[in-house]
Ligand binder design. Structure first.
Ligand code: SAM
Length: 484
């Protein structure tokens, strides 16, 4: 399929991509998104008309992002030779045709299959980057020097990403072609600490333990099992259940498991309890972040649009989905992320709602969230909390709205928000604002509340009792954090 590029060839290819500014920023500027659209996208012809045939940037976008042929004389000679030699494209008369897609991902490039039907290996299609894959990148914990597993790794975006800061990365996938892509992508990006293996879930690494497991599995919940890169053979969300059951024993103490996922809400059951039951007594703290919720009909229709260009076939497929969900009493399909951390002792489970999509790495916010939950929920009593040192997280935002009243501004409302997207806005008043600013990480909570009582001229006891409840809610809303 490919010829793994030699170091020099790989760096020449990457240099051409970078020199031509074939980057996610440029793609977002041009198309409004930076992951390749499905080939049958209803606006595919508009995307094509957005790229010219003159500049190298446009031709690289045309060839490797939209998967269209370009004229061979638009590509630098050495670059053309390099991409032919390693099998990224081939010459067809005066045209160059792509064999794969190449997607810029942060500072790296990820090679994947062109599209599901355009390969003789259609049943072993290796998908390109997706929104969930990008989300997982944003949430991934990037502690250096770790042993990392990329479970259901596909062409290896998370392995390539983790390879930059980790000691070693293993990428596993049941599709043997995925290994070839991971090996290729490692060489293309000059990353040497990735090992790709083939096997069913954890079966490929039966006894190994990791500090970090990243997983963007085929979580789509559907009656179909034909698209192995997104469907799975399990009933409803039981692939997720299986992964959640097995992951803990592959984590080192203190190690994290982070997965994108979808799960169902069954009529008459609390979905929160269902997930909590799945996760109880597994030796891990669990943080479930719900990001979206869809009714079965809209879920089915959205999922079908992703893969099917044929609208007439859709109504039959849609019926199948609806019947499937009805028979299984599915009321809604929810999506989000689940994070586990292996920790001896009494474990906590927290469920929160994502407020907005991440636009940058939230690695430190996720670590901070775990520390905060430890402080709030792991056997912590009032005395421990009073002894804790807290501070205000970077980037907190305060919004004040005032109106003109006779001859001066009168403050109407004040809200404060940890704008990373993990927390919601909270209404506060000026007293609370003053109290929040007094947490500077140096003094324990008790001392902060005592001096606040003195300033406000209120009894210390009252300030401590009420203040402690307030501090808990500030921690829960990400408006305070334990200082390091
Ligand atoms: C949604 S794709 C994600 C790929 C990659 N993690 C990414 O984010 O781009 C899911 C991947 O899981 C793989 N897969 C499906 N079933 C699997 C199984 N039982 N064990 C391991 N991998 C599996 C598929 O081959 C596919 O590459």
């Amino acid at each position: 399929m490919f010829n793994i590029p030699a170091k020099k060839t790989a760096s020449q290819i990457i240099e051409t991509f970078k020199h031509a500014d074939f980057t996610s920023d440029r793609l977002t500027e041009k198309f409004g998104f930076s992951i390749p659209p499905p080939y049958h996208h209803p606006q595919a012809s508009r995307f094509t008309s957005q790229v010219g045939e003159e500049s190298l940037t446009d031709n690289l976008m045309r060839l490797f992002f939209l998967g269209l042929p370009v004229k061979s004389d638009t590509l630098p000679l050495q670059f053309a030779q390099n991409i032919f030699e390693c099998g990224l494209a081939f010459a067809d008369g005066v045209l160059v045709r792509p064999m794969v897609l190449v997607t810029p991902m942060l500072q790296q490039y990820v090679v994947s299959d062109l599209h599901p039907n355009n390969t003789k290996y259609a049943d072993q299609y290796v998908p390109t980057l997706s929104q969930p894959a990008m989300h997982l990148l944003s949430f991934a914990i990037t502690d250096p020097g770790q042993k990392v597993l990329d479970l259901c790794g596909g062409c290896g975006p998370h392995a390539i990403f983790a390879g930059q800061f980790s000691e070693s990365v293993t990428s596993t996938d049941s599709n043997p072609r995925a290994k070839q892509f991971v090996d290729f992508n490692s060489a293309l990006n000059g990353i040497e600490n990735i090992q790709a293996v083939t096997g069913d879930l954890f079966a490929a690494i039966p006894a190994d333990k990791y500090n970090l497991i990243l997983c963007n599995p085929p979580f789509v919940i559907s009656p179909s099992t034909t698209d192995g890169f997104r469907d799975n053979k399990f009933e409803l969300d039981h692939l997720l259940y299986k992964i959640l059951c097995e992951a803990p024993r592959h984590l080192e103490e203190g190690g994290f498991f982070q997965t994108t996922c979808e799960w169902v809400q069954i009529r008459g059951e609390e979905w929160t309890e269902r997930l909590k039951n799945w996760l109880k007594d597994n030796g891990c703290d669990a943080w479930i972040i719900e990001a979206n919720c869809q009714a079965p009909e809209s879920y089915a229709s959205n999922r079908l649009k992703e893969t099917s260009p044929d609208q007439s076939a859709d109504s039959e497929a849609l019926d199948q989905y609806i019947k499937y969900f009805n028979n299984k009493s599915v009321e809604a399909i929810r999506g989000g992320l689940i994070f586990l951390r292996r920790r001896a002792g009494a474990n906590w489970q927290v469920i929160s709602t994502l407020q907005k999509k991440p636009t940058r790495s939230l690695s430190s916010e996720i670590k901070q969230g775990f520390q905060t939950h430890d402080l709030l929920y792991s056997d912590v009593n009032d005395q421990t909390l009073l002894g804790a040192k807290l501070c205000v997280p970077e980037g907190l935002q305060l919004y004040a709205s005032s109106s003109w009243d006779t001859n001066q501004w009168a403050l109407d409302t004040m809200t404060i928000e940890n704008a990373c997207g993990l927390y919601s806005k909270v209404s506060i008043d000026e007293t609370m604002q003053t109290l929040i600013s007094s947490f500077n990480g140096a003094a324990p909570v008790q001392r902060v509340l005592e001096s606040f009582a003195l300033t406000m001229e209120i009894p210390v006891e009252m300030a401590t009792t009420q203040g402690l409840a307030f501090v808990r809610s500030l921690l829960e809303e990400g408006l305070l954090k334990p200082s390091q």
